[in-house]
Design a protein around this ligand. Sequence first.
Ligand SMILES: [Zn+2]
Length: 467
Amino acid sequence: MSLLISNGRIITASDDYVADVFCEDGTISAIGRNLPSHRFQADRTIDAAGKYVMPGGIDVHTHLDMPFGGTTSADDFESGTIAAAFGGTTSLVDFAIQYRGKTMRHALDDWMARASGKAVIDYGFHMILTELPDAGLGDMDTMVAAEGVTSFKLFMAYPGVFMVDDATIFKALRRTGDNGGLVCMHAENGGVIDVLVQEALRKGQTAPKYHALTRPARAEGEATGRAIALAELARVPIYIVHLSSADALEKVRQARDMGLPAYAETCPQYLFLSSDNYEEPGFDGAKYVMSPPLREKWHQDVLWRGLAKNDLQVISTDHCPFCMSEQKELGKNDFSKIPNGAPGIETRLTLVHHGGVRSGRISLNRFVDLCSTTPAKMFGLFPRKGTIAVGSDADLVVFDPNADRTLSVKTLHMRVDYNPYEGTPVKGAPSIVISRGSVIIEDGRFVGKKGAGRFLKRGPSLAPAGL
Ligand SMILES: [Zn+2]
């Protein structure tokens, strides 16, 4: 099976030129201008004139089919990856959860079973660690060396559920120095937040907005600084997930200015939404209950600057949808029982293109870098994924920079009963999405196959070399 994408404007993290891309057997085999048709006979030709041809988006932070707070995130690996594909994302890295008393092996088998036969795009896993007994250290090595699970997520928040202490964090960090893994940190001070939550509830403050008021930006800044200090002590890189505030960004910036290999991602919700959303009438603030919470609006500009100046390296989604009906409702009388998370897997490229590139905050190349190339480098997928080059997987997006869309739950494909950006007009959207040489989105329809996504055995992060 061969595919020729002709006359598109090729955009990578560093390049911008018009050329044809020839794909054979799932990979890119030639790039050039006016490729001679006798040598490059394609089963199908796509005319991409006037459009961008970009490497498929890579979303390194998703929670499909994830149990949380007595319910399960509303998208499974089929609906979630189809929605991702509609949005121009062709690879994702989700999270397997090692629960206390269970092994990493058990967690990986569990999540493999959730994804295989369902995912329509390629997927890998990070391993969430909730404890680290001595036996676990060897398991970390096995995950990295044999299973291609080369990153580990730890939580400084959610006491009693996911939170681990500094000793556990330090042990995990040190081990990655030996085995080549990378630690990803949920950095919020869970102890402080827990006290604030209990105080609020005692005062009868139960509305969704108190979720945000009990998780102050300082608690994120403190944990971010501590996580970076622990990584410095262990002499290894660290990656902060879903960074939401100026307070936390300041810690990352300081560390990077000192030459430390500290990295961080942010998510569209922190760039486009704010704590004002918690003031929406009735229980609607629950739509935005996620951790970290949405911040005051002024943080947005600081985060955009961080993205432009490489103090932030990645934009992921933290896609973790829960329906208002029956799921978010669990916290109707107690904000601390609202399942944490929001949908976003489908809207990332469109939002960042519209609000970032079109408004002049970041360049087109930086857009590709943040949404595809650096995620691939950070998590051991580059250059197989994350760029347009001979030998790379033919994961491609033909992006129409002039397409007009209005984001709405009525037209998006995520399996959830609301959208945080309802009614937002955006310019620029994927028109054709290609996964390993096969067209999977075309004419606004999914034309791929359930289960066609493959598990990605990832290599080591390029973070130690500097990104
Ligand atoms: Zn998350």
